[in-house]
Design a protein around this ligand. Structure first.
Ligand code: ZN
Length: 132
């Protein structure tokens, strides 16, 4: 897998409005906001150099982020930008890596994403992203 850069760090928050306020007070600025209905989240991206922080607020009690927030808040996932996500997933599958998604799914900003299970990534939920 050719990992191009850390695309973003995903941070689960109960309220996007409050989290944005807190991060703006820290000196960050919101670059974009988006609803991602497939993931049942509302997100805001805050640039940090070439990378971003992704603040994620659940829009549904049944969403993965809502379940995560019942246990804890904070960093939810690390996202690595890759080229040709299908080839990457095929390579990882062939190596016996535990994948949550065997096929890419739609992500924010027209991207395509897939998640690697934390048991194959040192306990970290790893998102792979191909630019839209
Ligand atoms: Zn993400």
């Amino acid at each position: 897998m050719k990992a191009l850069k850390i695309d973003h760090l995903g941070i689960a928050v109960p309220s996007l409005a409050e989290a944005v306020k807190a991060y703006e007070a820290l000196g960050f600025t919101v670059e974009s906001r988006e609803d991602v209905p497939t993931e049942k989240v509302r997100v805001a991206f805050l640039p940090v150099g070439e990378s971003r922080l992704e603040l994620l607020e659940p829009t549904d009690a049944g969403s993965t982020i809502a379940k995560f927030l019942q246990k804890r808040s904070g960093i939810h996932h690390v996202c690595v930008l890759v080229e040709d996500i299908e080839t990457v997933l095929a390579e990882l599958r062939a190596r016996g890596v535990s994948l949550i998604d065997t096929e890419p799914r739609p992500g924010a900003g027209g991207s395509r994403v897939a998640f690697v299970h934390p048991r194959s990534a040192g306990g970290v939920l790893l998102e792979l992203k191909e630019k839209g």
